[in-house]
Write a protein that binds this ligand. Structure first.
Ligand SMILES: [Zn+2]
Length: 153
């Protein structure tokens, strides 16, 4: 039988408060920095309603960054109009920017897309995208920010 010493119990409680992101911020810290919707999508794996986000119909040139940690994720050069109601890209800005997880929720087998820097949830990737990759990165606007080309250093 395992005998939980008080010190083990304390550290277990501390761990519970932490969100499992690579940046090791607590739930409270993320909630302060993000809007309620952003928190729900990025750290509770929510999805914004189609055709409601700020970037699905956004056509400026620039770079889309992670709303949580500002990591560069997608370029406007790979954004296309998928008709899905979510911002869609056929490839990330580089391979290292994105992490992938198998997602079997809602009775579907999908591939979840996460920010590799902070592990915030971004959306999913599907195989019905355009050439040259055939991939469709279907991303929540709430998980993104945008830097116009003129402001990129
Ligand atoms: Zn991030």
């Amino acid at each position: 039988m395992i005998n939980n010493k008080p010190s083990d119990q304390d550290s277990a409680n501390v761990e519970k408060k932490k969100i499992l992101t690579k940046l090791n911020k607590t739930e409270e810290e993320w909630k302060k920095e993000l809007s309620k919707e952003q928190y729900c999508i990025m750290f509770e794996k929510g999805t914004e309603r189609a055709f409601t986000g700020k970037y699905y119909d956004h056509h400026e040139e620039g770079i889309y960054t992670c709303a949580a940690c500002n990591s560069h994720l997608f370029s406007s050069e790979t954004k296309y109009d998928s008709g899905s109601g979510w911002p869609s890209y056929f490839q990330p800005i580089n391979k290292e920017a994105i992490a992938y997880e198998r997602d079997t929720s809602y009775g579907m087998i999908r591939t979840e897309v996460l920010c590799s820097n902070c592990s915030g949830h971004l959306g999913h990737v599907f195989t019905d995208g355009p050439k040259p990759t055939g991939l469709r990165y279907c991303i929540n606007s709430a998980s993104l920010n945008f830097i116009p080309k003129a402001e990129i250093k």
